[in-house]
Structure formats: C-alpha cells, structure tokens
Design a protein around this ligand. Structure first.
Ligand SMILES: *Cc1c(COP(=O)(O)O)cnc(C)c1O
Length: 233
C-alpha cells in the first residue's frame, strides 16, 4: 500500500477509536513518525494531507525538514526522541514542540536557546512507563519539580502542554493499557495541582498500540511503521 493509502486507513481507525471512546471527532492528532525515511516519503505524506511529523534525531530531522522547507511544503515538526543538551540549539530552530523532556537540565537549555532566538516552544514531559532502559521521568516527585519550575515562571520561553510516554514493549494488552492509564492519571493530578498550566496533551500510542492509547485518552498518537513501512534500524 502507498503512504496515502496507509494514512487513509489510520485516519479511519483513529476516527473509529475516538467514537468508541466517546471522544469528540478530530480530537486526536496524528503525528507521522518519519525517522529513517526520506524527504520524498515525507513529501508524499504531505501531499496526502498530513502536516504534523515526529523525528527522534535532531541532525536527521534538520537535514530532511530544511530540504522540505526549501520546497515550500507545509509541515509542523515535533522532536520525540531523547535529546542531548548539545542538540537543543538545532532542535528548537526546527521544531514547534519537544515531546521528550526528561530532566530539568534540558528545560534550562531549551529556555536558554529559545530566549536567544525569541521563540516560545511547547514541551511535553516524558514519563517512563516501560523498561528501565527507556527515557523519561521515573517518579512523580521529579516530574512535579520540573512542572513546578515552569509554573513559577522559571522558563518563560517554554510552554508545558502535557505528558508523553512509550508503553512497555510487551504483548500484554492489559499492561499497555495500565501504562497509558497511569500517564493520564498523572496528567490529571498535575493539571489539578497547576491549573494555570495548559496540561491538556497526552502523547501516547504507536503503530502497535494506538487504539488502546486513544481509549485511555490520548490526544496525540505517534505512528511510523504503519504509515511509512518498516525501518532498517
Ligand atoms: C519510532 C517512534 C515511534 C513510532 O513507532 P512505530 O512503532 O513505528 O509506529 C513513536 N514514538 C517514538 C518516541 C518513537 O521513537
């Protein structure tokens, strides 16, 4: 199937999952994860009406999306992978959101680089629900202290919008569902504690588990393989 056909199938699945979960139609945004795929593949997705993309490596994203910008193609880019401090400068230039904030040090660097270029950027805090090797805040206290710094005005160029997670890598659907539920409950708790922050987003669900994620309240699903096909890495 072509990228356009894959996108059509996924959009239908997302609409069906929204309606099953009694969420408003179009309330879930699709982030097309284009890592390891070419600028031409992304252009094909754009031609099929997709505008929001996710990449996890800054250098790869910068090369690809600079080329697409030069072709005057419309897109919005989110960084979804673990971000090293020395990549933040390039990341904030090309992205509208960093979905993978997993430590306070990173917020400090994002603030510094955004202040330099006069840009405000959206961020999501990544919560670790999977293997210990995966990225993300692993406990509520650490996450809350990062959110508190934002709420208290320490990072004026950073707009916290919610949480992101990668579910555990397992076939056990109930474990996956429980992980998504934990993230939603954590978001609810933070939103209650910091009502001035717009913590409305829940980025969760990938090719294999996005239907479960939507039923647990995802507002963004990040899908790569089911759109662009298998990757070599
Ligand atoms: C690669 C990746 C995805 C997409 O995974 P698929 O299984 O290909 O849909 C989603 N989120 C993150 C953080 C990723 O790195």
């Amino acid at each position: 199937m072509s990228i356009a056909q894959n996108l059509a199938v996924i959009r239908d699945e997302i609409r069906a999952a929204e309606s099953d979960a009694a969420h408003a139609a179009q309330s879930v945004r699709l982030v097309a994860v284009s890592k390891f795929h070419t600028a031409d593949a992304v252009a094909e997705a754009i031609a099929a009406g997709q505008t929001l993309f996710g990449e996890n490596r800054v250098q790869e994203a910068a090369a690809k999306f600079t080329e697409l910008a030069a072709r005057s193609l419309p897109f919005e880019l989110h960084i979804i992978g673990t971000l090293q401090r020395n990549k933040v400068r390039d990341a904030v230039k090309i992205a509208s959101c960093i979905q993978s904030v997993d430590r306070i040090e990173l917020l400090q660097e994002i603030e510094k680089q955004c202040a330099k270029i006069g840009k405000t950027i959206a961020v999501l805090f990544e919560l670790r629900t999977g293997e210990a090797t995966k990225a993300g805040f692993s406990d509520y206290a650490a996450l809350e202290s990062a959110v508190a710094l934002c709420a208290h005005g320490h990072f004026p160029h950073v707009m916290p919008r919610g949480l992101m997670t990668m579910a555990p890598n397992t076939d056990d659907q109930e474990k996956i569902r429980a992980a998504f539920r934990t993230v939603r409950e954590t978001r609810d708790k933070l939103a209650g504690a910091y009502p001035a922050l717009p913590l409305t987003e829940l980025s969760m669900g990938m090719s294999g588990d996005y239907r479960i994620a939507i039923s647990e309240g995802a507002t963004m699903v990040r899908i790569g393989t089911a759109i662009f096909g298998a990757r070599d890495a």
